[in-house]
Design a protein around this ligand. Structure first.
Ligand SMILES: [Zn+2]
Length: 281
C-alpha cells in the first residue's frame, strides 16, 4: 500500500495502548530489512532519516530516500511511515517536505521555551498546508556519553508540555524522561511517574528518543503511559556495521563479496524480529 501517515500509525498505537517503533536507516539494506520484518510480523513501522546522514555523510539524498521508502511501502500490505528525524533548520525541513517527507521533526530543544514554541508553531503552520505531520521536542534528550539522562534540569515538565502542545498545535512531542542518544554508560532508568504526569496533561502521542539500551521491562510500562513512538538508532547502526565487518572477515577465505548484502540483511532481520516484539499491534 501507499505510505501511511505517521500520525495515523501513532493513533493506532495509542488505541492499542502500545508504541510504534521508528528505526533510523541510511540505505536500502537497512530499510529493506525493516520493511520485510514489519510485513512478516504484520506490524506497522516507521523509517526515519537523520539529516546528517544526507547532508553531511552523503549516504543518501532527501528525494531519493523518500522515493526508496515509498517504493518499498507499495510492495507490502503492512503500514509503513516515513519521517525526517531531528532538524532544527526551518529551511531544511521545508526542503524535506518538498522532497516527499510526509512527517518531520522540528527540534527546538536547544532553544528557550518561547523560541521553541515560535519555531515549532511556524513549522506546524506551513507543514499543515502540505498535509505533513510534525513532531517537536520539549525538555532535552541529550547524549548518553555526557550522562545527560541524569540531568533533571533537562527533563520535560508536565505543565510546560500542556502549554507547549496547546500553543504549537504539534502532532506529537518527544519528551525527556531519562533517556539519551547513543550508548549508555550505566543502565538508564526512565522517570515513569513524570511520564504519567505529562501524559495526563497532554492529549497527543508522546515520543521516546534514545531507545538503544533501555531495558524492555521499562519500555513496556512506558508504552502504556502515552509513549506511542519509540526511536531506535544507535544499536541498529552498530549491528549493521558490525555485520559488515564480520562478513568481510569471514569472506577473506571464500573470496565471495557478492553475498554481503544478504548476509547483513539476515543479521538485521534477526535483530528486528526481536525488537519489534515490543510493539503490541
Ligand atoms: Zn533523537
Amino acid at each position: 500500500m501507499a505510505l501511511v501517515k505517521v500520525s495515523e500509525i501513532l493513533r493506532r498505537a495509542d488505541e492499542a495502548n502500545t508504541s510504534a517503533i521508528a528505526f533510523n536507516c541510511t540505505d536500502y539494506n537497512m530499510s529493506y530489512s525493516v520493511v520485510a520484518v514489519a510485513e512478516e510480523l504484520k506490524k506497522p513501522v516507521i523509517i526515519m532519516l537523520y539529516p546528517e546522514h544526507s547532508h553531511l555523510n552523503n549516504c543518501t539524498q532527501l528525494a531519493g530516500f523518500a522515493g526508496m521508502i515509498r517504493e518499498l511501502a507499495e510492495q507490502v500490505e503492512t503500514p509503513i511511515g516515513l519521517h525526517l528525524d531531528h532538524s532544527s533548520d526551518y529551511n531544511y525541513i521545508m526542503k524535506a517536505i518538498r522532497a516527499g517527507f510526509p512527517s518531520v521533526m522540528i527540534d527546538g530543544s536547544m532553544l528557550s521555551l518561547e523560541e521553541n514554541i515560535l519555531i515549532t508553531k511556524k513549522v506546524v503552520e506551513t507543514a499543515k498546508n502540505f498535509g505533513c505531520d510534525v513532531e517537536a521536542e520539549l525538555g532535552r534528550v541529550g547524549f548518553a556519553a555526557n550522562s545527560d539522562q541524569d540531568n533533571l534540569d533537562m527533563y520535560t515538565r508536565a505543565d510546560v508540555a500542556a502549554k507547549f502542545c496547546k500553543e504549537t498545535g504539534v502532532d506529537s512531542v518527544a519528551v525527556a524522561i531519562g533517556s539519551a542518544h547513543g550508548v549508555y554508560i550505566e543502565t538508564p532508568k526512565l522517570d515513569l511517574k513524570r511520564l504519567d504526569e505529562i501524559n495526563s496533561a497532554t492529549d497527543i502521542p508522546l515520543v521516546l528518543h534514545g531507545g538503544s539500551g533501555i531495558p524492555a521491562e521499562q519500555l513496556e510500562i512506558a508504552f502504556t503511559k502515552g509513549i506511542n513512538k519509540f526511536n531506535v538508532g544507535t544499536e541498529f547502526f552498530q549491528l549493521y556495521y558490525d555485520s559488515i565487518k564480520e562478513y568481510c572477515e569471514e569472506c577473506k577465505e571464500k573470496g565471495n563479496v557478492f553475498d554481503m548484502p544478504k548476509y547483513v540483511q539476515n543479521k538485521l532481520m534477526n535483530y528486528l524480529r526481536e525488537k519489534m516484539k515490543l510493539c503490541k499491534m
